[in-house]
Design a protein around this ligand. Structure first.
Ligand code: Z5A
Length: 210
């Protein structure tokens, strides 16, 4: 049986191939006759994109971690109200480049904020809204950072972090995937791009249905 609508998120450390594979996911859903909204976090609305600019700006290197956490959720609240909920309620598919798993991974695993704090904000801002499927593209920080460095011009506030930060972020993602095997699908992103796409296609075929 085929699903009517779904909320899909794509996660992973930087340079893992999220942006590269989003278009593939969009085309897969369109080929199945789905209406698709592609979006990203932090961002996805004019106001949330302004918050994103604050969050990524390396001029704000002294941003306190609680400020960072709450700005992530401030942007998310706007994004959910303006884009995600209206789309899902109209039966559209929403594909989001990062969502709250990134908050657990970066602000929790990376910055060391207690996940219970994050869970409180998650419940407050999202109510019952959770992704139906999360594709975790997984590779080592060495590979991810090398790929990201090869295509960027200047490093943002997160990209300036050391490898140890991304090792903790990656481990947090993997722990979350292990804790929620029904929602997460982990794909080895160190494989060739063709192989990664084939694996994503298998996951989507199983999820979307015939
Ligand atoms: N953040 C947070 O802290 N808390 C939160 O709650 C949220 C976010 C939501 C912005 O995210 C930052 O916000 C992010 C976490 C934080 N910072 N970091 N790090 P973003 O998603 O906009 O930024 P990003 O993760 O840095 O995205 P990215 O660097 O663009 O990575 P990507 O999209 O995963 O990679 P890509 O651009 O698709 O691929 C990178 C290169 O590798 C590119 O040249 C590709 O052609 C190549 N590539 C991709 N896949 C392959 C394979 N399989 N083989 C070979 N080459 C490949």
């Amino acid at each position: 049986m085929s699903r009517n609508a779904g909320f899909i998120t794509v996660e992973g450390i930087e340079g893992v191939g999220k942006s590269t594979n989003l278009e593939f996911i969009r085309n897969f859903l369109l080929s199945r006759g789905k209406e698709v909204v592609m979006t990203r976090e932090p961002g996805g609305t004019p106001l949330a994109e302004e918050i994103r600019a604050l969050l990524l700006d390396h001029m704000h290197d002294n941003m306190a971690r609680d400020t960072e956490l709450m700005l992530m959720f401030a942007a998310r609240a706007q994004h959910i109200a303006e884009v995600i909920k209206p789309a899902l309620s109209k039966g559209k598919w929403v594909v989001c480049d990062r969502f709250t798993d990134a908050t657990y991974a970066y602000q929790g695993g990376g910055r060391g904020i207690d996940p219970k704090r994050i869970a409180q904000l998650e419940d407050w801002v999202q109510g019952k809204l959770r992704p139906d499927l999360t594709i975790l593209l997984d590779t080592t920080p060495e590979i991810g950072l090398q790929r990201a460095a090869s295509r960027r011009q200047t490093a943002d506030r997160f990209e300036r972090e050391q490898q140890g930060f991304f090792t903790r972020v990656r481990q947090c993602y993997l722990d979350r995937a292990q804790a929620e095997p029904n929602r997460f699908r982990v794909i080895d992103a160190s494989a060739s791009l063709d192989q990664v796409k084939r694996n994503i296609e298998t996951v989507l075929t199983e999820f979307v249905g015939a």
